[in-house]
Write a protein that binds this ligand. Structure first.
Ligand SMILES: [Zn+2]
Ligand SMILES: [Zn+2]
Length: 173
């Protein structure tokens, strides 16, 4: 596990271990922007988190609205892509009961804290479309000169283009 450089999604749920089964705690998350890991910043992060004591540990679920800054696949501009994050995770307690499965999380009863940062990072990357676009009709870059066509036409269209090259280009687009 990496060291905790982004502790803002760390919550103390230790008291749940002493509580009766079914006890829950609701936390409203409302961050204008929050960095959850080295490579992921969510802008904003809003939603409701529920942590519930179950016989297997602490079950955490929630639904969050967010957006993530990423590169448009066509024009390569940085763009804020909206995402919906659904969290639905069991933190096993005692930790020894955790299945031998790399996707499983254990609840650290010693500190009583759950760090949702790594999970939030994973879920937000999964929620991100594989082909993020700055806008549905992004015109992309000119394949000849690299001009961002959203910002205006380049002069390449006026050039005499070998018709076979033009055909190839339309196939590539
Ligand atoms: Zn674009
Ligand atoms: Zn061009």
């Amino acid at each position: 596990m990496s060291t905790n450089n982004f502790p803002r999604l760390r919550f103390n749920f230790g008291f749940l271990l002493e509580s009766s089964l079914g006890t829950s705690r609701v936390i409203e998350l409302d961050y204008p922007t929050i960095q959850v890991s080295e490579d992921v910043t969510l802008t904003p992060l809003q939603g409701r988190l529920t942590a519930t004591r179950t016989s297997e540990g602490v079950y955490v679920n929630g639904r969050f609205q967010s957006a993530i800054l990423t590169e448009c696949v066509r024009c390569l501009d940085e763009t804020l892509v909206p995402i919906d994050i659904e969290m639905d995770e069991l933190f096993y307690y005692p930790p020894e009961t955790m299945p031998q499965n790399e996707d499983a999380f254990a609840f650290d009863g010693e500190t009583g804290f759950i760090d949702l940062g790594p999970l939030m990072r994973e879920l937000s990357l999964l929620a991100l479309p594989t082909q993020p676009l700055c806008r549905p009709d992004c015109l992309g870059l000119c394949m000849e000169c690299g001009q961002n066509l959203n910002e205006g036409d380049c002069n390449c269209q006026d050039d005499d283009i070998d018709p076979r090259m033009a055909k190839l280009r339309s196939l590539l687009e």
